[in-house]
Design a protein around this ligand. Sequence first.
Ligand code: UDP
Ligand code: MG
Length: 338
Amino acid sequence: GARDSSGGASLSESAGPVKLSIVIPAYCEGDGMRILADRLKGVLDRLPWSAEVILVDDHSTDHTTRVMREIGEQDARFFFIRLSRNSGSHLAILAGLEVSRGECAVFMAADLQDPPELIPELLDRWQQGFQTVWAVRAKREGVPRIDRTFARTYRWLLNRLGEISLPPEGADFGLVDAVVVRALLESAGANPNIFAEIAKLGFSQTGLPYAKNARQLGRSRWTLGKKLKLFADTFVVFSYAPIRAMSYIGVTVAVLGFIFAIVVVVKHIVWGHPVEGWASLMVAVLTIGGVQMLMFGVLGEYLWRTLDEARRRPRYFIEESTLLDRARTAAVVPPRPR
Ligand code: UDP
Ligand code: MG
């Protein structure tokens, strides 16, 4: 790319170690990229430290890729990586964090719902000694009630059953110290929910309330299917509750069945009761059959993820990057937890 052949050191490199990395995943966000970059520049120009912005193109099919490349060519603080396939924002952020060099890293969405102007405040909290600073949605504009209810139920379930504590209003914008980044890269598995991972890691965390804006351009690519997969992913990693529930249901059904079997046998022997009807038999067979298949499904969810972990395939591949020197060693085949 232009950066590699230019020969000059980039701004961030010439200014010594990078203090702040900003990682932004984007999937088909071409229309908003330039506005986002301009707002970021406004914020970065006023910071007393060197910063880098890592734009992660999650294999967009629109002009996002071209716009990102152009932004990088015009401003040496902006880097660009493109993943080899659409991997979801969690893996995209992870890919960006993996190549980040900052002493701390901000992650935020590309759709202008998360205001870049909040970054200095996140940095303030970091300087006060917090290693994870969540930007907590105090207010969400333009989110349908049903979505909010879904999201809240999701986090409630996770917090109850998964033994982690995500901010109750949710978080997908925040800052982590480089120590947390390293811990996250070590602990995240093949199908991570990185926000739940960060929450679970510990360290010293705090929240900073902000108003999340409504989406101005483009549309959300978080389909219901993707949300459900993330939900199952998170559960499988953080909770044994579904497996435990299976054991309890199994024991309960077995005990009830055994008692009922005794009743049937005794009735037959002592009172010579005739064989009972087809209806009760069908009810028992179908109910138990259904419960069993559900249990197989739950087991299957754990099983394929275990297989995914056991294979130790790289979580993602980099197709193109202006960070080739770093990408080749770090991000193409990310180190995996042992
Ligand atoms: N995103 C991504 N890959 C995807 C879906 C989304 O990188 O497969 C990015 C998206 O471009 C945005 C961020 O993740 O920067 C949050 O996504 P979105 O705004 O669609 O989610 P929502 O705000 O509805 O939770
Ligand atoms: Mg959004």
